[in-house]
Design a protein. Structure first.
Length: 273
């Protein structure tokens, strides 16, 4: 490879074409660039310029990786046997450590600093709801089930990232004018929906009638077994007004006291405009 040396910073710039004029490192003009050389050698070619001015550096051959050296040493058959052994050990270990991995990766305990940090307060949706959370809520719209889609005029969903330990979901619906939007039915539908989720079993909950933003609301509170290996607690708040319905769901590890404190604070922050 041929390079042009920068007089300002001594950086070697790859000379790939006659248009190289400025140093790629410091940005200053290269004194021995082709355009300057051409003024003194009007009949000269770019190849002649490179031979006269350029600095030739022999490229190093790429160093073999440890993997490549091992394959050469052991041969493909030996590498394949090693790979099979690794997969086999991972499968055996998965049976023992699988539950721990679900707990620590899918639902870790929340960061305690959330309880003392400044929370994000946002107003979202066409039928505005204000909520404060320790994490950011982003749009998470999903296609509605066909039987639900034909009843709904407007739907919007928000939630946080899946790896943050606590799941916060905000769902808003505006139903068609001829559809009944009963609060008790909304609570029953929410509980039934959780029972039908493939990853949920042993669902237990209590129902409380409360007032939220001056409106009647239902709060479901309980726990369930997640993927057969992890106990989660949850809150599910449902509020209806006319044809509009708001559902706020919060899920977190049952053994996480900090998450329980944070969940109650989120519920108390909710205000429907």
């Amino acid at each position: 490879m041929i390079y042009l040396k920068c007089n300002a910073c001594s950086h070697h710039n790859p000379s790939r074409s006659e248009f190289l004029t400025f140093c790629e490192k410091c940005g200053k003009k290269i004194e021995n660039c082709f355009s300057n050389w051409k003024q003194k050698h009007p009949e000269g070619s770019f190849e002649e310029f490179q031979q006269e001015v350029g600095i030739y550096v022999k490229e190093r051959e790429p160093k073999e990786s440890l993997k490549e050296r091992y394959i050469k040493y052991a041969g493909r058959r030996g590498a394949l046997i090693s790979l099979i052994l690794v997969i086999g050990l991972a499968a055996v270990a998965g049976g023992y450590f699988g539950k721990r991995m679900v707990i620590s990766i899918i639902y870790p305990k929340i960061d305690k600093s959330w309880l003392y940090a400044t929370w994000e307060t946002v107003v979202i949706g066409r039928q505005a709801i204000e909520i404060s959370t320790p994490m950011h809520l982003g749009v998470s719209d999903q296609p509605l089930a066909p039987e639900m889609a034909q009843l709904v005029e407007y739907a919007k969903s928000y939630r946080n990232r899946s790896e943050e330990g606590m799941q916060v979901m905000v769902n808003m619906f505006s139903f068609q004018p001829n559809i009944s939007n009963d609060l008790e039915l909304a609570a029953t539908t929410a509980a039934k929906g959780m029972q039908q989720e493939d990853d949920i079993s042993d669902l237990k909950y209590t129902t409380s009638h409360i007032t939220q933003s001056g409106m009647d609301a239902v709060l479901l509170q309980g726990s369930f077994n997640y993927k057969g290996s992890l106990h989660l607690s949850f809150y599910d708040l449902l509020v209806t007004r006319g044809q509009h319905r708001w559902e706020i769901g919060i899920r977190y590890r049952e053994d996480d006291k900090n998450a329980s404190t944070a969940a109650l604070r989120i519920i108390k922050s909710i205000h429907i405009k």
